[in-house]
Design a protein around this ligand. Structure first.
Ligand SMILES: Cc1cc2nc3c(=O)[nH]c(=O)nc-3n(C[C@H](O)[C@H](O)[C@H](O)COP(=O)(O)O)c2cc1C
Ligand SMILES: [Mn+2]
Length: 558
C-alpha cells in the first residue's frame, strides 16, 4: 500500500480537517474497493484495457473497484517509481460515496448543501504539493518535465498520445480575480507542453477566462492540479455556477476551509495537498491540433484545434501518486458520477415543480451514459396531467439530459429493460401516449455534421392507464417457497430473481376471484365447480366477462 508522506512540509493533522487522497485510498482498501496490481503493467497498452474489463466483462457494479498499479512501465521500456490509481473517483456508486464520505442516497443532498454553503480556502505557506520543485530550463531535461509521470493512454489504438485525464485546470478571471477549477484533458505534447481541451457545447468557465485574457492580449496563467483531497477532485468535474470558485465548494463539501498554497510561477492558489501541480501559460493567440481521444460520450473525438499550455514549473509531493480516470464508453467513472448525482438532483428539481405522484428518477447508464435516457416512476394514482408535466420537464430541465424519457408505473424496475419493453407493449398506445418535443438541447455528444446539432426529445407515457388483471405469475409466497426448494432442498445454483418474479394485482381483481384462487390452492376447487353450475346462464354470449354482468358471487357459500 501507499505510505504516508514523510515530509516535514506536511501540515499537522489539526491543520487538515478533511480526508486527502491517501485517506481515501485507505478507506477504499478497508471496504474492499481497491484492487492492487503489483505485476508489471504497460501504462500505454495494458493499464486502461485491464480496468476496462471491469465494465465490459460482466462484473456487477457491486464488485467494481479502483485499481492501484504499483509496477508501471511505458511502451518505451521506461520504469516509473510512481504508482498509478485508476477509478478512485467513481469506479462505482460505492467508490463515489466513499470519496464524498457519505451514503449513496445522501450524495445529492450533500451537493446541494455544499453549493449553498461555500467556504473560502485558507492560504498556507508550506505545502506537500511543493516538496519537489522543478522550474525553468530543467523542465526540458529527461525525466524532469511531464515525462516524469506515468501518464497512461486511455484508448490505445485510437488516442494519439498519453493524456492527463484528471487534469484540474485552475485559472483566474482577470477582471474579478475569482479562480475557477475545471477538469479538461491535457495531451502530452512535449516535456514542457500539454494540451487543454474544452468542449464548448456544455459551456466551460475556463473558456470564459481564456476569452478575457485574449482580449487583454495576454497569455492565460494556469495550473493543473493532479490528485488531491477527494473534495477537490469532485468539484473540479462538477457544473458549478460561473463565477463561483470550485475550491469554495470543496470547502462546502467537507465543511472546512481547504488549504491552498500560492503557485510558484503563476499568480494562482492551488490545493496544498495536491499530488502534483503543473504550472504554465496558455497561449491565447495560437491553437494546435489536439486529439483523437476517446470521449465521455462514447465515441472518439477526432482532431480539433484546441489550446495548449507551456509549462513554467512542476511541483509535487516526494511520493506522489498519479491519478487517472476511466471514462469513454459508459459505464465509466463519468457515467457513474452523473447517474448517482443526477438521479437525486432530478428528483429534487422535479419535486420542486410539484409533479404529483412522481416517486423516483432513474437514468439508463450502459452505453447511453446516464443522461440521454431517463425513467420517471409514478405512483399508480398519478394524474395523467402530472405524468405529462413530468415528461416535458424532464426533457427540458437540463441541457443534454432526457432525450428519451419514459414514464412508468412504480411496479416496473427500469434496471430491467425487459420490464420497460413490457410496459411499452401493454400500457402504451403510440397514437395517444407519445410526443416528440422539439428544440431539445443536445449538450455534449458526437457531432452530427450532416444534419446539424438541432435535436428533439421523445416522451413516452407508459404508465398504467386503468386497472388491469394481475400479472400472470404465481403469488409471491409460492415463488418464495419454490426458491427455497431450488436453493436449499435441491441445492441447485442460487437464482438471480428478475422483476417481475411473482404475480400481483394491477387493480382488476375481485374478492370473489380471490376466494376461488384460495380454494384452488387448498384443493377445494370442487366447491367452485358446484357454484359455477348454479350460475349457469343461457342469455349471454361467449367470452362475456363476469365482472361486467354483475352476477357477483351469487350462490357462493364462501
Ligand atoms: C475526469 C474528468 C475529465 C473531464 N475531461 C473534460 C475535458 O477534457 N474537456 C471538457 O470540456 N470537460 C471535461 N470534463 C467535464 C468538465 O470538467 C466539467 O464540464 C466541468 O464542469 C468543467 O468546469 P467548469 O464548469 O468550471 O468549466 C471532465 C470531467 C472529469 C471529471
Ligand atoms: Mn466553474
Amino acid at each position: 500500500m501507499v505510505s504516508k508522506a514523510k515530509s516535514t512540509a506536511k501540515p499537522k493533522q489539526s491543520q487538515r480537517a478533511y480526508p486527502d487522497l491517501r485517506d481515501h485510498i485507505r478507506n477504499l482498501k478497508h471496504k474492499g474497493l481497491l484492487r492492487t496490481v503489483d505485476i508489471p503493467i504497460n501504462k500505454d497498452t495494458e493499464m486502461h484495457p485491464l480496468v476496462r474489463w471491469q465494465y465490459r466483462g460482466g462484473v456487477p457494479e457491486a464488485e467494481r473497484a479502483a485499481f492501484l498499479f504499483t509496477n508501471v512501465h511505458g511502451a518505451d521500456g521506461k520504469k516509473y517509481d510512481m504508482p498509478v490509481i485508476v477509478g478512485a473517483m467513481a469506479a462505482s456508486a460505492e467508490v463515489y460515496a466513499t470519496g464524498l464520505g457519505c451514503k449513496r442516497e445522501e450524495i445529492a443532498d450533500l451537493w446541494s448543501r455544499a453549493m449553498a454553503n461555500p467556504i473560502a480556502p485558507r492560504v498556507v505557506k508550506k505545502a506537500p504539493c511543493q516538496e519537489i520543485i522543478i522550474e525553468g530550463k530543467d523542465l526540458k531535461k529527461p525525466g524532469k518535465g511531464v515525462d516524469a509521470f506515468p501518464i497512461p493512454i486511455s484508448t490505445p489504438g485510437f488516442d494519439n498520445a498519453p493524456y492527463i485525464t484528471m487534469s484540474f485546470y485552475a485559472t483566474k478571471d482577470p477582471d474579478t480575480g475569482v479562480q475557477n477549477l475545471g477538469c479538461y484533458r491535457a495531451q502530452v505534447k512535449a516535456r514542457d507542453r500539454v494540451g487543454l481541451n474544452m468542449s464548448l457545447e456544455s459551456g466551460k468557465d475556463g473558456h470564459a477566462h481564456w476569452l478575457k485574457w485574449k482580449k487583454l492580449g495576454k497569455k492565460m496563467p494556469a495550473a493543473i492540479v493532479l490528485g488531491g483531497p477527494p473534495c477537490v477532485l469532485y468539484v473540479g468535474g462538477m457544473k458549478i455556477p460561473q463565477g463561483v470558485d470550485e475550491l469554495t465548494i470543496a470547502g462546502g463539501l467537507v465543511g472546512k476551509p481547504l488549504n491552498v498554497v500560492r503557485a510558484r510561477s503563476v499568480d494562482l492558489l492551488v490545493p496544498a495537498e495536491a499530488e502534483i501541480v503543473i504550472e504554465g501559460y496558455v497561449s491565447t493567440e495560437y491553437l494546435e491540433p489536439e486529439a483523437p481521444f476517446g470521449e465521455s460520450h462514447g465515441l472518439v473525438n477526432l482532431q480539433e484545434y484546441n489550446c495548449f499550455m507551456e509549462v513554467t514549473a512542476i511541483t509535487r509531493r516526494r511520493d506522489a501518486i498519479f491519478m487517472s480516470y476511466i471514462n469513454q464508453l459508459a459505464p465509466s467513472e463519468s457515467s457513474v458520477r452523473t447517474r448517482v448525482t443526477m438521479e437525486g438532483m432530478y428528483l429534487k428539481e422535479l419535486k420542486a415543480l410539484q409533479i404529483g405522484g412522481l416517486k423516483k428518477v432513474v437514468f439508463h447508464e450502459a452505453l447511453t451514459g446516464s443522461r440521454r435516457v431517463m425513467f420517471l416512476l409514478f405512483a399508480r394514482d398519478a394524474l395523467d396531467t402530472e405524468v405529462w408535466r413530468g415528461l416535458y420537464a424532464a426533457a427540458m430541465l437540463k441541457k443534454g439530459t432526457g432525450k428519451i424519457v419514459f414514464a412508468l408505473s412504480d411496479d416496473i424496475d427500469p434496471a430491467n429493460l425487459d420490464a420497460v419493453m413490457w410496459s411499452m407493449a401493454f400500457r402504451f398506445k403510440p397514437h395517444l401516449d407519445l410526443k416528440v418535443q422539439e428544440n431539445w438541447a443536445a449538450g455534449h455528444g458526437p457531432r452530427d455534421i450532416v444534419r446539424g446539432d438541432r435535436d428533439s426529445a421523445l416522451l413516452i407515457n407508459a404508465v398504467l392507464k386503468h386497472d388491469m388483471a394481475p400479472v400472470a405469475l404465481p403469488k409471491r409466497e409460492y415463488m418464495e417457497r419454490a426458491r427455497e426448494i431450488w436453493e436449499k432442498d435441491l441445492g441447485w445454483a442460487p437464482l438471480k430473481p428478475e422483476t417481475p418474479w411473482f404475480g400481483y394485482s394491477l387493480g382488476a381483481w375481485t374478492e370473489q376471484l380471490e376466494r376461488e384462487a384460495k380454494r384452488a390452492v387448498k384443493g377445494d376447487h370442487w366447491e367452485t365447480g358446484r357454484i359455477a353450475a348454479k350460475r349457469r346462464r343461457r342469455d349471454i354470449p361467449m367470452n362475456t366477462e363476469v365482472r361486467f354482468v354483475g352476477d357477483g358471487d351469487e350462490g357462493e357459500s364462501g
